[in-house]
Design a protein around this ligand. Structure first.
Ligand code: BES
Ligand code: MN
Ligand code: ZN
Length: 483
């Protein structure tokens, strides 16, 4: 779907206006005004009413969509107005939709938010649907924007870059594990980054062996699919030390020898959501030419049980020399992240590290599907991320770290074990990662297990892949690194 700015409405298709709470325009056609009254339309966020208005021989579909009062304190309500239009008209048969901002008091940034909502809500993964009934097929091809204030198109270009990154993340997350595995993840991302200005480096199994990444390789050894470490660099910020984003990219998580139960195991195709968010963020940053230096690292493995798989009780040596007793092969994400985080510290020496991972089921028990969990050794970094979460809609909630939790992963045979007790499972997972963060390195860990996949449609996503993570990272870069 494309978005174009024009001076006149598209010749066909509905024409929509965005209306705040209790602020119906005075110039409504009588039919529209009556339709709004009859539907009790008040301009509540996402509320929508349409009427067919006769104009001589012709009949046009006019639409009002509500943007409420924006109680969220950000452009979320405007995004939801745009999303409501996309949800309603995406498969309606209409190929064109016009949004008319003439006479509206919305700013350029507000208009961009409406369009972003429409654009994000339009995304759906139809690659494998060969028998979609006509009424479920996407028909909407173009949104024409008229009457927008000066600067709206430029503001939209920035959000369009974000949307492009989100598309990539959602696609990677939605693809099944027979299509996206470490090698194809790298191929897909590399192809999409082509020409963007992001440089790509890929470490294969041999390179990782040479570096001593025993923890990551231990997870990978039960799979026929070889692992990869994908490194993406965006240098838009002069000679500033880069910020590193590191993603868990387990392209499928069976649990390994500590095999998961079958019910719901198909969900583990999206156990690469952290890596997907990192890749999508790199694309978004490059497309909008962010004035910042960022390195994205994805630790890509498949966690499978087979004759060569690692066993519970195995001891592995990590890249930084610490040893880990693998009590549970299903606690594999931290084993992947620890080596990826060591690599980025030794090779890149970043100013700060943010890792993202679908790390623990316990996080979903704690926070449900409303917030990602945040863990950090640095208050300024944590505060920046919480603020970016609020501003972007990818909300985060901070959890504690402390030596008492850390002690719970001491091992009798090695430096640490890869699981603690059931209680506080998300925290001990974070403590594990923290053991690989070098002294003085500001670090934050986002456990996004509850956020990357939605079982029902949300504000700006259909059910399925949400793209969680891209927006908070992009916002963090905008507000903390670029200003
Ligand atoms: N990828 C899972 C966590 C997960 C579960 C994400 C459900 C999304 C939905 C992770 O690798 C895992 O299996 N964690 C274990 C850890 C446990 C063995 C300590 C878990 O949460 O059960
Ligand atoms: Mn697991
Ligand atoms: Zn996992």
């Amino acid at each position: 779907m494309q978005i174009v700015f024009a001076s006149a409405a598209a010749p066909a298709g509905p024409v929509a206006r965005v209306v705040g709470q209790d602020s119906l325009p005075a110039d409504l056609a009588p039919v529209m005004a009556e339709a709004a009254r009859a539907a009790r339309f008040t301009g509540k966020t996402g509320q929508l009413v349409e009427a067919f208005v006769a104009n001589g021989e012709a009949v046009s579909c006019q639409v009002l969509v509500g943007s409420g009062k924006d109680a969220e304190g950000r452009s979320g309500a405007l995004e939801r107005a745009g999303a409501a239009l996309a949800a309603k008209y995406g498969c309606s048969g209409a190929k064109a939709l016009t949004i008319d901002f003439t006479g509206s008091s919305l700013s350029a940034a507000d208009v961009a938010a409406v369009l972003l909502g429409a654009r994000l809500r339009s995304w759906r993964h139809d690659a494998y649907r060969t028998k979609l009934p006509d009424e479920q097929k996407r028909t909407l091809e173009t949104i024409t924007v008229v009457g927008a204030p000066d600067g709206a198109e430029a503001a939209w270009q920035v959000e369009a870059a974000l949307a492009e990154g989100l598309d990539l993340t959602r696609e990677l997350v939605a693809e099944p594990a027979n299509i996206i595995y470490p090698e194809t993840f790298v191929e897909r991302v590399t192809a999409r980054l082509e020409g963007s200005g992001v440089t790509v480096e890929v470490l294969d199994e041999k390179a990782m062996k040479a570096l001593g990444m025993g923890a990551l390789l231990g997870v990978a050894q039960g799979s026929a699919r070889p692992p990869r470490l994908l490194v993406m660099r965006w240098n838009g910020g002069g000679d500033a030390q880069p910020t590193a984003f590191v993603g868990k990219g387990v392209t499928f998580d069976t649990g390994g020898i500590s095999l998961k139960p079958p019910a719901g195991m198909e969900d583990m195709k999206w156990d690469m959501g952290g890596a997907g968010a990192v890749a999508g963020t790199m694309l978004a940053l490059a497309r909008r030419k962010a004035k910042a230096n960022v390195v994205g690292v994805c630790g890509l493995v498949e966690n499978m049980p087979d004759g060569n798989a690692q066993r519970p009780g195995d001891v592995v040596t990590t890249m930084d020399g610490q040893t880990v007793e693998v009590i549970n092969t299903d606690a594999e994400g931290r084993l992947v992240l620890c080596d990826a985080i060591t690599w980025v510290q030794e090779k890149i020496k970043p100013a700060r590290i943010v890792d993202l991972a679908t790390l623990t089921g316990a996080m979903i028990i704690s926070l449900g599907h409303e917030h990602g969990g945040l863990f950090s050794n640095d208050d300024a970094l944590a505060d920046g991320l919480v603020a970016a979460g609020k501003a972007s809609g990818d909300k985060l909630w901070r959890f504690p770290l402390s030596p008492a939790y850390d002690k719970l992963i001491d091992s009798p045979i090695a430096d640490m074990k890869n699981v603690g007790p059931r209680e506080g499972g998300s925290i001990t997972a974070a403590q594990f990662i923290q053991r690989f963060v070098k002294k003085g390195m500001p670090w934050a860990h986002l456990d996004i297990a509850g956020m990357v996949w939605a079982s029902k449609p949300g504000a700006t996503w259909d059910k399925g892949a949400t793209g969680f993570g891209v927006r908070v990272l992009d916002r963090f870069v905008r507000d903390t690194l670029e200003s």
